[in-house]
Design a protein around this ligand. Structure first.
Ligand code: BEZ
Length: 245
């Protein structure tokens, strides 16, 4: 989607259901081709306003601390800000050497951080929202699935650090929807009941209301069923590698 702003600048805004726009970029982990390098796995592409800023630093420490947890859910992380490569490298070194946040310290950021000084990627992904800042990206989070489709987008303003429990919860909920063909209700977490698709005919509506099986129908259009936490996590999370002697 392209939006014409008052200042006549065309801003592209990818939407849920779109294929993730392609780009090549230089990162702190070498060059990447996006999204093709990530085909077959989930990837979270996220932007932050600037290196060497406090909210961003707290977010990077938290994301890097959780990187293994996301990897176990078959999800890679890719960051971006409108800064150059050497600034990124210097900032990540400072984070590792000097900064402790919420008990996390000596944190090495191993996922790629894109340099986007020319704002090419930021503009393609609608990360520049000029009434918030014309030169810094907002805090955008794009969830991209193994087929390179955009599945969810969250935007936060510059002053608000993200909630990483929610980012992880949303990832697991979408993977659960894909694997078990269900939807997930408000505040769902693995182990909670899931929602089955609404009845598409009067006959099915009647069947649902009179059924005695495991369905719990609050009304004909709102039926849930149990789905165990172990069943969900066994299906979604990578299996631990066995040590072979
Ligand atoms: C920060 O990360 O601390 C920050 C960045 C830009 C504006 C406000 C806060």
């Amino acid at each position: 989607m392209e939006i014409l702003q008052d200042h006549e600048q065309i801003i592209s805004m990818p939407r849920i259901g779109d294929k993730a726009p392609d780009f090549k970029a230089v990162t702190t982990q070498g060059d990447i081709n996006f999204p093709s390098d990530y085909k077959g796995e989930w990837v979270i592409l996220f932007s932050h306003p600037a290196d060497f800023t406090p909210v961003c630093t707290s977010e990077f420490i938290t994301f890097a601390h959780l990187e293994d947890k996301f990897d176990k859910a078959n999800c890679k992380l890719v960051g971006l800000s409108i800064d150059g490569l050497y600034s990124h490298i210097a900032w990540l070194r400072t984070i590792k050497e000097k900064i402790e946040f919420n008990g996390m310290k000596n944190i090495e950021v191993k996922f790629p951080l894109i340099e986007d000084i020319a704002m090419k990627v930021a503009k393609k992904y609608g990360m520049i929202q000029p009434d918030e800042s014309k030169t810094q990206a907002v805090r955008a989070v794009f969830f991209i699935d193994p087929k390179s489709m955009i599945r969810a987008i969250i935007y936060y303003p510059l002053s608000l650090g993200r909630n990483f429990d929610e980012i992880y919860r949303a990832l697991i909920a979408m993977q659960t929807s894909d694997e078990f063909e269900v939807a997930t209700p408000a505040d769902w977490n693995p182990g909670d009941d899931v929602i089955i698709s609404p009845a598409g005919s009067c006959g099915i509506a009647e069947e649902r209301m009179t059924s005695t099986d495991e369905l719990n129908c609050k009304d004909w259009f709102f039926c849930t069923k149990p789905l165990g936490k172990k069943e969900v996590l066994d299906k979604i999370l990578k299996k631990p590698k066995l040590l072979v002697r």
